[in-house]
Design a protein around this ligand. Structure first.
Ligand code: 5GP
Ligand code: ZN
Length: 112
């Protein structure tokens, strides 16, 4: 877990361009954005994937999702945005600390 890049961003060991932070959740800009605005919402606690979540994570996951429109609006995505959660290797997940991608702006983004 201590090799986890996102845990290191949480504690400030490696930099992240922060969009939002509270005691449970952090949001920061993706280092390789695939739209004009692209940020990630993560829990501060290490949870590897969406598939590792249980009923005890229901409130936290709801909080993360509800932050998406609020932060997207603050980032100027007034026309809308996309959200994406990659889960597991087969789901294209590269960083095994759960995160919600929020992105949009510029030309319409298509990603299947
Ligand atoms: P995944 O494929 O796991 O859903 O997406 C991981 C995302 O994390 C990728 O979009 C990648 O660009 C981003 N990422 C990986 N390492 C770093 C980092 O050190 N800092 C930031 N800000 N983003 C990162
Ligand atoms: Zn982590």
């Amino acid at each position: 877990m201590n090799d986890c890049i996102f845990c290191k961003i949480v504690v400030g060991e490696i930099p992240g361009s922060r969009v939002y932070e509270d005691d449970e959740v952090l949001a920061f800009h993706d280092i390789h954005p695939f739209a004009r605005v692209h940020f990630l919402i993560i829990p501060k606690a290490h949870i590897a994937t969406l598939a590792d979540c249980g009923a005890e994570h229901e409130r936290l996951l709801g909080k993360m999702l509800l932050l998406a429109p609020r932060l997207a609006s603050e980032q100027g995505l007034d026309a809308g945005f996309k959200t994406l959660i990659n889960t597991g290797r087969g789901g294209g997940q590269e960083v095994f600390h759960i995160h919600v991608h929020v992105f949009g702006g510029g030309d319409p983004v298509k990603r299947s």
